[in-house]
Design a protein around this ligand. Structure first.
Ligand code: NAD
Ligand code: USQ
Length: 402
């Protein structure tokens, strides 16, 4: 039986992944410092779905399936010795790394959240890499990265999977061919931390031969998978607040509580998306197809389709009858962009993408509707501004703003 440690296994993606892998024959241990739950308390918001404590979650999983998952409360960014001790004891074949502060708006709220995001994310990644080196085991690291490392402009070309082939003119005027990491172009402090992770992977891969797969994932939508639906105590989290909610999930709960769909600017931003059921499948595919020792970092674009924000709003409005409003964009981002993304690696490994047309949007709308009484409407509008010139009071204009 393959043994895997899921760092960040109490979170939105880590929890369903842990259950999915446990159900598919993996021996799973979760490490999490529960910081995401603490951030909810600080922000005075909570998941739309009522999530059980980690202890209740794990007991419910054992009762429902007879399988057990270990849990350790370790701060990966600060508690290196504990992390190393557990890795040596558990002897994992792989570690999946979800354990980072993942909200772009939260990372841009203040200097305090910028500093926390950089300290937490970079130290977590570096500590995991150091502990793999010190353990002496040949552990495959699978990291959840982001499409945002590329920026979102494909300048008429398809964004490749991590590497770009370039031709450089030498001093002797000959052309040299080289494969380089695609030029990073992050749009927030959070996204910047992911571009810095990529350099850490590249270095430890080159220096210590660590096998790494970096999954450059798009915006995730959805909430439950089959495993999290087995018992109400297994329900996954559903973030909808202005800091942590992602765009399509937000539009669905906004529609359920009759709040206008909050399109930023004119909604011309094009982003890549993936359903949470595909996220867990992609991670299993990545685990089953590690690189060989000595190979460079493997990079997969974990995305299934691209849409503009306005497209999404129109689809949700059509499904639910919701009203759309155009808000001052609190972010500094292009008003519109094209985006073409290569996802051949995961498709060639067998991913059969779920799309927005597969009826799942209705299912998520039903979940949003079921829990709508738990929604605090005052938390919906995004109030984290990228630059201080945008006054928080301006946000909420209901006309498209250039
Ligand atoms: P999340 O915040 O719900 O989960 C992250 C988990 O990691 C939380 O349970 C948190 O408590 C834990 N954690 C954070 N720092 C830690 C530390 N220092 N030590 C131990 N545990 C720590 O986030 P998510 O949505 O599940 O995202 C997981 C990963 O996937 C992130 O790295 C994110 O960048 C990436 N990702 C997410 C999305 C998305 O749409 N949600 C899209 C692309 C990529
Ligand atoms: N947006 C709106 N209205 C909203 C919320 C968002 O118009 O109510 C817009 C944003 O301005 C942005 C786009 O929708 O243009 C996407 O925003 P998002 O909040 O859904 O996603 P983002 O901040 O990019 O971050 C999320 C995850 C992050 C992950 C990233 C993948 O939180 O962890 O890395 O998606 S990607 O966007 O491909 O880089």
């Amino acid at each position: 039986m393959s043994r895997v440690i899921v760092c960040g296994g109490d979170g939105y993606l880590g929890w369903p992944t842990s259950l999915y892998l446990s159900n598919n024959g993996y021996d799973v241990a979760i490490i999490d410092n529960l910081s995401r739950r603490k951030i909810d308390i600080d922000l005075n918001c909570s998941s739309l779905t009522p999530i059980a404590s980690i202890e209740e979650r794990l007991n419910a999983w054992s009762s429902a399936t007879g399988k057990s998952i270990q849990f350790l409360n370790i701060d990966i960014a600060c508690e290196f010795e504990l992390l190393l001790f557990f890795i040596k004891e558990f002897k994992p074949d792989a570690i999946i790394h979800f354990a980072e502060q993942r909200s772009a708006p939260f990372s841009m709220k203040s200097s305090k959240t910028k500093i926390y995001t950089i300290n937490n994310n970079l130290n977590a990644t570096n500590n995991i890499l150091c502990s793999i080196v010190d353990s002496g085991y040949d552990i495959h690291l699978v990291h959840l990265g982001t499409m945002g490392v590329y920026g979102y402009g494909s300048i008429g070309t398809t964004i490749p999977e991590g590497y770009l082939t370039v031709f450089i003119e030498g001093d002797d005027k000959n052309q040299f061919k080289k494969s380089i990491i695609y030029p990073p172009d992050p749009g927030s402090v959070y996204h910047t931390s992911k571009t810095m992770d990529a350099l850490l992977f590249s270095f430890y891969n080159k220096n210590d031969g660590i096998r790494v797969t970096d999954l450059h994932q798009g915006v995730v939508w959805g909430t439950n998978i089959k495993e999290t639906s087995l018992d109400p105590r297994l329900v996954n989290r559903f973030d909808y607040d202005g800091d942590y909610g992602t765009v399509l999930n937000r539009f669905l709960i906004e529609a359920a509580v009759k709040f206008p769909l909050t399109v930023h600017g004119k909604g011309g931003q094009t982003r890549a998306f993936i359903n949470i059921n595909d996220t867990v499948k992609c991670i299993k595919l990545a685990l089953e197809n590690p690189s060989d020792r000595g190979d460079k970092v493997k990079i997969f674009n974990q995305v299934t389709e691209v849409h503009t924000v306005n497209d999404l709003a129109l689809k949700v409005a059509k499904l639910t009858g919701a009203e759309i409003k155009y808000f001052v964009n609190p972010r500094k981002e292009a008003k519109e962009n094209t985006l073409k993304v290569c996802n051949d690696n995961l498709i060639n490994l067998g991913l059969d993408p779920i799309t927005l047309n597969d009826g799942l949007m209705e299912e998520i709308y039903e979940i949003a509707d079921k829990y709508k009484e738990r929604c605090d409407k005052s938390k919906i509008i995004c109030r984290s501004t990228w630059v201080r010139e945008i006054e928080v009071d301006e946000i909420g204009y209901d006309e498209p703003i250039d």
